[in-house]
Design a protein around this ligand. Structure first.
Ligand SMILES: [Zn+2]
Length: 592
């Protein structure tokens, strides 16, 4: 781990204006002159914006005020996101490469608890620790709601982050409509910054621990109103007849914009393989496709110099390949805690990240990369804080690897798509095991060497969930009392009270935190998540932002991306991309 490198990144390259303001303010102060009154005539552009000190000399982008939510059109979302990013100075960015890390379901509570787990594993009390991205200089809050949902899902949120336009829950790369409305969605395709980069001649990559066709990675390359249409067998006949295509085949079709993603790593082999074909790793598994297409074979044909790998030793052997398809499980990859670390097993998220950066950074045109820690979300849904925190620490390791290996002119952003219901509560003493029972005050005075007790006399943990499968009542799958991962109930009996945790090891990897409301799957949360950033353009990520602003900071801070958008006539006089781009116009045939 290199703290120095984290702090050494040239994050202030694009700060010339605030730096100038600061130094002028200082000298004005020294001369005992009034500061702002003098500065504004000198720096008209900087003082003209209403959003505080600007870092780029562009005029404010006017955004029509609309009635919410009825008048929120895709164009309105795009323009309002562009306006905020420009007001925050994103146009001053000069990033050559972009890496976005997405911690799926990584709430701020998950981050705080994971930071302590990480610190305690290193032998400290834990609270003093910082995850890798928590050392980044730029931070912001992200408002995550979907156009039709106060508490969002990963499809609508990642579409906002990837395309600059908020949309409905379940939507992948299309603007708001309905989940089942295939025909309606066909004219609503949105252009992701990954596809945009491909069309601009940059190298692109997608890395995830989920199926590569799952919501977050899918939103970087696919267009469908329903996130669950991952392979052709998932599509209803009506949707297929209306012209919708499954997500897996759209990974191949993405080549129409350039070369398609040069690096693709994650799980989801089954979505790519025909039903008649046996899985290479598991004798009892076969492909899921009913249309007979072998998308892995098609990928190999399209990338004759590329390498297809499905385990760790193959990945190591493919180190020099110019293109890489790694599908390490038929379904999602294993949780990091559970994966086989041997040569026949799966790579870590850190290794996939290093491999992706090494491969993509060979391209002189620069690269963009999306890396998802996708199973933080799954562990939270499962009510198992151990794996949620452990996966978050894995993401932190991967981000650290990126900071250490990515070229200095790389904008690195870490964020989450949405929150979860994890609670971090009580008054545990400093250094109390974060997965443990609260030792310390029960609310007022007390003996801090003893477990705190509720008013029925029972101890309780620091971490709990507001809802989910950790409910204390008997379920159809497990008896009353504390639940063990992996618990997927379909019904519960009402609980007779809290479980007695006196002799339960709540730090065990299989322990499931108590939940208040009994549900099969714990839900997402609706409060803000964090954005952390470093590198050129990162200073524009500050304040409380709508989630779609992240896209606009990326395209405005990366000259190759904004030039590509402007070349299609989507920019205003200052070169700010303000008009919703039509994906078809970025296809290769459109350029010829
Ligand atoms: Zn989720």
């Amino acid at each position: 781990m290199s703290v120095t490198r984290l702090q050494r990144l040239p994050v202030h390259n694009d700060h010339w204006l605030p730096d100038l303001l600061l130094s002028m303010t200082r000298s004005a102060f020294d001369l005992r002159l009034p500061t702002l009154g003098l500065l504004c005539p000198l720096l008209l552009a900087a003082c003209a914006t209403s959003a505080g000190p600007s870092t780029a000399a562009v005029a404010p982008v006017e955004v029509p005020s609309v009635q919410h939510p009825q008048q929120e059109t895709p164009q309105w979302w795009y323009r309002s996101g562009a306006a905020r990013a420009a007001a925050n100075g994103a146009m001053a960015g000069k990033a050559k490469n972009v890496i976005l890390f997405l911690g799926d379901g990584m709430s701020l509570t998950t981050v705080a608890a994971a930071r302590i787990l990480d610190g305690q594993r290193k032998g400290g009390p834990g609270e003093e620790n910082l995850l890798s991205w928590e050392q980044f200089p730029a931070t912001a809050f992200s408002k995550t709601y979907n156009t039709d949902s106060q508490t969002p899902d990963s499809a609508g949120t990642m579409t906002a982050i990837a395309t600059g336009v908020k949309t409905h829950m379940g939507a992948i790369g299309v603007s708001a409509g309905t989940r089942e409305g295939c025909a309606d969605s066909l004219g609503k395709g949105l252009l992701s910054w990954l596809t945009l980069a491909d069309s601009a001649g940059m190298a692109t990559g997608v890395v995830t621990t989920t199926r590569i066709t799952h919501a977050t990675p899918a939103a970087t390359y696919a267009h469908t109103p329903e996130r669950n249409w991952e392979n052709d067998a998932d599509l209803p006949d009506s949707a297929r007849a209306a012209g919708c295509r499954d997500i897996a085949q759209q990974l191949l079709a993405a080549q129409r914009f350039g070369r398609g993603p040069q690096v693709v790593m994650g799980g989801g082999r089954g979505e790519m393989m025909p039903a008649g074909e046996r899985d290479p790793e598991y004798d009892d598994k076969v492909g899921l496709r009913l249309d007979g297409r072998d998308l892995i074979a098609e990928w190999k044909q399209a990338h004759p110099q590329g390498a297809y790998v499905w385990n760790e030793s193959q990945l190591q052997a493919a180190a020099g390949a110019p293109a890489l398809l790694g599908l390490f499980e038929p379904d999602h990859m294993q949780y990091d805690h559970d994966r086989d670390r041997g040569p026949q097993g799966e790579p870590s998220l850190t290794e996939m990240t290093r491999t992706a950066i090494r491969t993509l950074s060979r391209d002189p045109n620069g690269f963009v990369l999306m890396v998802e820690g996708g199973r933080i979300d799954h562990a939270n849904h499962a009510g198992n804080a151990f794996r949620a925190l452990d996966e978050t620490v894995s993401l932190s390791d991967a981000v650290r690897a990126a900071v250490e290996t990515a070229p200095a002119d790389t904008l690195i952003i870490v964020t989450a798509d949405h929150s979860h219901t994890l609670n971090f509560v009580g008054y545990p003493v400093r250094g109390n095991p974060i997965l443990g029972k609260v030792r310390g005050l029960g609310g007022e005075d007390g003996d801090r060497s003893q477990y705190a007790r509720d008013l029925t006399g029972l101890p309780y943990t620091t971490l709990s969930y507001a809802n989910g499968p950790g409910y204390a009542g008997a379920s159809n799958a497990q008896p009353a009392g504390p639940k063990k991962f992996n618990h997927e109930p379909s019904s519960f009996e009402p609980s007779a009270g809290r479980p007695d945790l006196s002799h339960v090891d709540t730090e065990d990897a299989s322990y499931m935190q108590e939940s208040l409301v009994p549900l099969k799957s714990e839900t997402h949360g609706g409060e803000d998540v964090g954005i952390w950033a470093t590198g050129p353009g990162s200073a524009a990520l500050r304040g409380t932002l709508e989630e779609n602003v992240i896209y606009h900071v990326i395209v405005q801070a990366t000259p190759k991306l904004r030039q590509r958008l402007c070349a299609q006539g989507t920019c205003n006089a200052d070169g700010v991309p303000v008009t919703l781009p039509q994906p078809e116009r970025f296809e290769r045939k459109a350029a010829q």
